[in-house]
Design a protein around this ligand. Structure first.
Ligand code: RB5
Length: 152
């Protein structure tokens, strides 16, 4: 599984920790930045991961910012992206099993690195359950189509 990883200045340290987890777990990932504490605009960061996943080059994406909120809002503007902010493992599992979330967002100012590690692990390992959840996720794509956007 290829994972696109990014974070703004508010999520820089958390992104670095997640990169370390990926190395430890043997996850194939690309770090799209940012690479310093200099302030950047979180929509720019979110867009890089969202487009990487939308293109099909990456199966999943993980984005960090101060809260995990701004990057989720921005990423979800890209057709085919189902980004979910998760700050607990129950939500992380449900985001995959029920919502087929392909992007995970987290906030460095909200959770510690230990919890983030567990969340990322659960989220990477959980699979979409399909079944009754399939048509519901399909309806998300229909909303995109209603507003004349392509989806994958
Ligand atoms: C940056 O200060 C902060 O606004 C950003 O990281 C994020 O939390 C936005 O949602």
């Amino acid at each position: 599984m290829k994972v696109a990883l990014a974070g703004d200045h508010g999520g820089l340290k958390l992104k670095g920790q997640i990169a370390n987890f990926f190395k430890e777990w043997g996850i194939d990932y690309t770090d799209f930045g940012t690479f310093s504490e200099d302030p950047v605009d979180y929509p720019d960061i979110a867009l890089q991961v969202a487009e990487a996943v939308q293109s099909g080059d990456y199966e999943r994406g993980v984005i960090c910012c101060g809260t995990g909120i701004g990057v989720a809002i921005a990423a979800n503007k890209v057709p085919g992206i189902r980004a979910s902010q998760c700050h607990d493992t129950f939500s992380a599992r449900a985001a995959r099993e029920h919502n087929n979330a392909n992007v995970l967002t987290m906030g460095q100012r909200v959770i510690g690195f230990g919890l983030a590690r567990d969340i990322v692990k659960v989220w990477l390992e959980a699979e979409f359950q399909g079944g009754r959840h399939g048509p519901r996720v399909d309806k998300i794509s229909l909303i995109e189509q209603k507003y004349n956007r392509c989806s994958r």
